[in-house]
Structures are given as structure tokens and as C-alpha cells.
Design a protein around this ligand. Structure first.
Ligand code: PHE
Length: 340
């Protein structure tokens, strides 16, 4: 019996070494381990053997050996097949981009870049800030305590840990004041979120660009000057602005800054609801409580802040009628702005 097994083992090893394909390996498995295979035959022949115990052990060892060797040969074959496939696959071609149409900046990115350029020219730094913030940054540090009715206008998405998606770029004011102190000139563009139903002029995700200037003797005239200069440069023509009173707990006095409608030139048209004016940039003099929370000496410094609606600005600049186009991921719509 022992000899027969040794002989079969030898034959098995030779056959295994010769099995170069998955099919050959499977045939080998059937030939040895299948119902009518050599090892199964050995088992059957056990009944005629005297020392059944040792013979059974030898056969089992052989069986285990055959099974594991076939399995590892199969794994090695699969591995080799994958490697061959990788080798034969088309190599990455770094010049391929030249054959493809180039991508383009998103219209909001285009506006942001322009504005950053303009504000940098006026001595402002550009700051980045998180999209997930705490209740403190988004509301409390902005003079909006818990249960203040102003919160109703800014419902948002809350995380289980109590953090929230920021509803306005003003959420960065406190951190930036604490970081730099006064005097300070900074803009901080960012993505904002509100839990609102969407339509042609409302989105749950949109962009704003906040700006702050804090120094000695800053007044509303500085605010108007910076706004006017910025808008004239963005739209590349002289822009008329007007201020209306507006309420935001973090500014006092607070304003809504309107620009004269660029579509009709102020005559009145459907885009400006026939008023000749468009609401673009809420702003105001930073409330002393907000300055104080930011660690600024309110005896010495005053400042203004504005929250430019970047998405709205992009809509007007490019004549986009539906705000939802911006987040649509529709390349055909978005790539139109490439050359503008
Ligand atoms: N953060 C305000 C909003 O989104 C806008 C704003 C910014 C108003 C700065 C005043 C000053 O509604």
C-alpha cells in the first residue's frame, strides 16, 4: 500500500508541475480527488488491507497534500493571470489630455477668483474656514442667542454631535478676529447651507463671500466705498448702489445693499421685479458685542462686515436664471462659462 501511495504521489507531483492552465488543474483534481479519482480508489481499496489504521493515515495525508497543493497552484495561476493582464493593459498615456476637451472653472470659482484679486489689491487677506461649525460660531458669537427669532431664517442641517453645517460665512468672523486681532482686513468665501426647499432662486447649498474690515475710525462711508469699488470692478462698469435698513443681530446699523439692475439699467424689468434695483449684499457696522466676543477693543476699534451673495452675483454676472444649474454637475451648462 505504502509503495502504491508513494508512486501515486510521484505521479501527482509530476502532473501538478505540468498543469499550466486552470482547466488542466481541474482535470488533475478530478483525476485524484474526484468520485472516481485515484485517492478515492485508494480509500475504497482499504477494506482489503490488513493494517487499515496506518494505510488510512497515509491516504489521508496524501489527500490533504493533494488538496492544498492544487489550491495553491490555482492561486498562483490566478495571480499570474492578473499580472499578465496588467502587463498587457494599455499603459497610462500622459499626453492623452491633449486629445481631450479641457475642463473649465465653475462660474462661482471664476467669480471668487476675481473677487479675491480685487480685495487683495485693497489689502485684504483671504481666509478659509470650516463648513461644519458649532452653534457658537454660527449663532452665539454673532449676537444670536439660543431661541432668538433670527434663527428661524437660518434653519440648517445638524449633526448628531450638535455641530451644524454653517448657514452663512459670518460663522468665521469670531475665529478670524481671534486669530488676527485688530486692525484687520479679510475676506472669506465659503459654501453655506440652509434647510430650505429649492426653486429657481433658492438652493440648500450656495456660496457667500464675507468680508470684514476693522480699524480705528471705520465708518459707513468706508463700507460704501469698498462695496462700490468692488462691484464696479466685478461688473467692469460703474455701479450705482443704495443702502436700505436691514436687520442682522451681528451688525448695528445693518443694511441691505442693492445695486441698480444691470439688465435694464435701472428702468425696471422682470429680473428686478420692475424696481430697477437688486438686493445683493447685506452688510453693516459690526455690533460691539461681536467685536468684544472676538477679543477686539471696542473703545478703540470699529469695523464693517458684509456677506456678499456669491451665487447670486454669479447668476447676475452670467445671466443664469436658475440657481440649481450651479450644483447640477451638468457639464454642458457649466462649461459655457469657460471663455467668460
Ligand atoms: N450673514 C448674513 C446672512 O447670510 C449676511 C450678513 C453678513 C449681514 C455680514 C451683515 C453683515 O444673511
Amino acid at each position: 500500500m505504502k509503495e502504491r501511495i508513494e508512486q501515486l504521489k510521484k505521479e501527482f507531483s509530476e502532473a501538478l508541475a505540468a498543469a499550466a492552465t486552470e482547466e488542466a488543474l481541474e482535470a488533475l483534481r478530478v483525476a485524484y480527488l474526484g468520485k472516481k479519482g485515484a485517492i478515492t480508489d485508494l480509500m475504497k481499496s482499504l477494506r482489503d488491507v490488513e493494517d487499515k489504521k496506518s494505510a488510512g493515515q497515509w491516504i489521508n495525508e496524501f489527500k490533504t497534500l493533494a488538496e492544498s497543493e492544487i489550491a495553491s497552484a490555482a492561486a498562483a495561476l490566478k495571480d499570474a493571470a492578473i499580472k499578465a493582464q496588467i502587463r498587457s493593459a494599455k499603459k497610462f498615456n500622459p499626453t492623452l489630455i491633449a486629445e481631450r476637451e479641457l475642463g473649465s472653472y465653475h462660474p462661482i470659482t471664476l467669480c471668487t477668483k476675481d473677487l479675491e484679486e480685487i480685495f487683495m489689491g485693497m489689502g485684504f487677506t483671504i481666509e478659509d474656514y470650516a463648513e461644519i461649525v458649532g452653534d457658537y460660531e454660527c449663532f452665539e458669537a454673532l449676537n444670536i442667542p439660543k431661541h432668538h427669532p433670527a434663527r428661524d431664517m437660518q434653519d440648517t442641517y445638524y449633526l448628531e454631535n450638535g455641530q451644524l453645517l454653517k448657514t452663512h460665512t459670518s460663522a468665521a468672523q469670531n475665529a478670524i478676529m481671534k486669530k488676527y486681532g485688530a486692525p484687520l482686513r479679510a475676506i472669506f468665501p465659503g459654501r453655506c447651507f440652509r434647510n430650505e426647499s429649492t426653486d429657481a432662486c433658492h438652493e440648500n447649498t450656495f456660496f457667500q463671500m464675507e468680508g470684514m474690515m476693522i480699524d480705528e475710525n471705520i465708518s459707513i462711508s468706508n463700507l460704501i466705498y469698498f462695496m462700490k469699488t468692488m462691484l464696479s470692478q466685478v461688473f467692469k462698469r460703474d455701479i450705482k448702489v443704495r443702502l436700505r435698513p436691514g436687520f442682522f443681530p451681528f451688525v448695528e446699523p445693518g443694511f441691505e445693499l442693492d445695486i441698480n439692475c444691470l439688465i435694464c439699467g435701472g428702468e425696471g424689468c422682470p429680473s428686478c421685479k420692475n424696481s430697477g434695483w437688486l438686493e445683493l449684499c447685506p452688510c453693516g457696522m459690526i455690533h460691539p458685542n461681536v467685536l468684544r466676543d472676538g477679543g477686539i477693543d471696542t473703545e478703540k476699534y470699529t469695523g464693517f462686515a458684509f456677506g456678499l451673495g456669491l451665487t447670486r452675483l454669479a447668476m447676475m454676472r452670467y445671466g443664469v436664471k436658475d440657481i440649481r444649474d450651479f450644483n447640477s454637475g451638468n457639464l454642458k451648462a457649466l462649461s459655457q462659462f469657460k471663455s467668460l
